[in-house]
Design a protein around this ligand. Structure first.
Ligand SMILES: *Cc1c(COP(=O)(O)O)cnc(C)c1O
Length: 427
């Protein structure tokens, strides 16, 4: 079966042929390759074509595809049974490992998806403050739960449906919005609604409107606003956690401590696991210690815990893990910048740890509006050119790219060579 046949068949079975929108490659006007397998830095489609993978399942696979240690851990756990719905030592082990990386957190709750993690974080913030409103930022994506699917970036941006039909306006009205990196805007919102805001939720390093890191002063300002008004600060590190660096964005902006951090992606190592964490007293407001209800049949699933634990052990076993990833991300982005310049194509590049991003525009993107100014038609062409040359990039201008430890220097060099030709082709 070839990719085209596979996609045609899938379109009969799934809305748009996929089970998560951006996979459909709609915004790059192509049919998606169907993936057969992955190995290290590569994926292979059903036609046997090999690609250097910079998507990595949208972030989780920081150890690369099918890392032997992860596969071994998962196989061993699977032999003992797939799920118990009862406490296991693997949950304890992964929780301890996460807290080694994020020592300011005291307790965690495991869930299965990032969506659930942020949804629960909001319920917790609302429950403990007794307030209904939340403040989020345009272009930040926090999963697809109702009150967060407002100006949500990423797939939502790509499909021109920033807020979705089916989200009751009664829910959406509790979601206050500001521009990313606009402290004055946030101050104005607090001045008007201060006593009603349960929490501020933010991607401290945004990866869902393309790659757009927050200004340090902006995050500091948000921390101050939350303190002044009795609101909680939630850092959504579902993507940036264990990606931007050893302590994610919390390490990059070390002087700013959020009240709740959400995790996903890397902590499941490619299996469904996510979490929220915070101080013990705050977290104990969740059931059954406290009154704020949350539950999950597969929460803390042993196979997912095993995959996450093995992945974090791989990270922890190499002191220069993030230095290696950062150096490769830097080489890649410098290579893109230089190739674009010599082709006469306007391009902005940026990176942090294992995350990178580039926009087809001549002005640095600091918020969603800037990101939207990027030339998406040119991006689509570039994406096609790269795919032809065996480089698998996220099929949208509003996504972040990822380096894994299995993405070798040779793969980076090959990608830069491909980009040189691709930039010329899209000029
Ligand atoms: C991916 C992501 C989510 C949602 O996680 P899912 O596992 O897809 O539900 C939430 N927040 C951020 C920042 C993300 O990148």
């Amino acid at each position: 079966m070839n990719n085209f046949q596979a996609f045609s068949e899938a379109q009969e079975l799934f809305p748009g042929g996929v089970n998560s929108p951006v996979r459909a490659f709609k915004s790059v006007g192509a049919a998606p390759p169907f993936i057969d397998r992955g190995e290290g830095g590569y994926i292979y489609d059903v036609e046997g074509k090999r690609y250097i993978d910079f998507v990595q399942s949208w972030g989780p696979l920081i150890a690369g595809h099918a890392h032997p240690k992860v596969i071994r851990a998962v196989s061993e756990a699977a032999k003992k049974g797939l799920s118990f719905g009862a406490p296991t030592l693997l949950e304890t082990a992964l929780a301890k490992k996460i807290l080694e990386f994020y020592p300011f957190l005291e307790k965690l709750r495991f869930v299965s998806t990032g969506t659930e993690a942020v949804m629960t974080a909001l319920r917790l913030a609302r429950g403990v403050t007794g307030r209904d409103d939340i403040l989020k930022f345009k272009g930040c994506y926090h999963g697809h739960s109702d009150c967060l699917l407002v100006e949500a970036g990423s797939g939502a941006a790509t499909f021109g449906a920033p807020s979705s039909p089916g989200v009751p306006s009664d829910f959406a009205k509790h979601t206050l919005l500001c521009d990313y990196n606009d402290l004055a805007g946030a101050e104005a919102v607090f001045a008007k609604n201060g006593g009603k805001i349960a929490c501020v939720v933010i991607e401290p390093i945004a990866g869902n409107m393309g790659f757009v890191p927050a200004d340090r002063e902006f995050l500091k300002g948000l921390r101050n606003l939350c303190d002044q008004h009795g609101s909680l600060l939630i850092f959504d590190e579902v993507m940036s956690g264990f990606r931007a660096g050893k302590m994610g964005a919390c390490g990059i902006y070390a002087e700013i401590t959020p009240d709740i951090v959400t995790f996903g992606k890397v902590i499941g190592g490619g299996m469904p696991a996510a979490a929220l964490g915070g101080g013990a007293a705050l977290m104990d407001a969740l059931s059954p210690a406290g009154k704020i209800y949350q539950a999950g049949t597969l929460s803390g699933n042993p196979i997912a815990m095993a995959a996450g634990l093995a992945t974090l052990e791989i990270i922890g076993s190499q002191a220069d893990f993030y230095d290696i990833l950062t150096a490769r991300a830097e080489t890649l982005m410098n290579g893109f910048a230089e190739a674009a310049r010599s082709a006469g194509v306007a391009l902005q590049t940026d990176f942090c740890g294992s995350m990178f991003g580039f926009f087809f525009t001549d002005k640095k993107a600091r918020n969603f509006q800037d990101a939207l100014a990027s030339d998406t038609a040119r991006f689509a062409k570039f994406h096609n050119e790269m795919l032809k040359r065996g480089v698998y990039l996220a099929p949208s201008q509003f996504e972040t790219g990822f380096i894994s430890i299995a993405t070798t220097d040779d793969m980076i060099a090959e990608t830069i060579l491909a980009a040189k030709e691709a930039f010329k082709a899209v000029k």
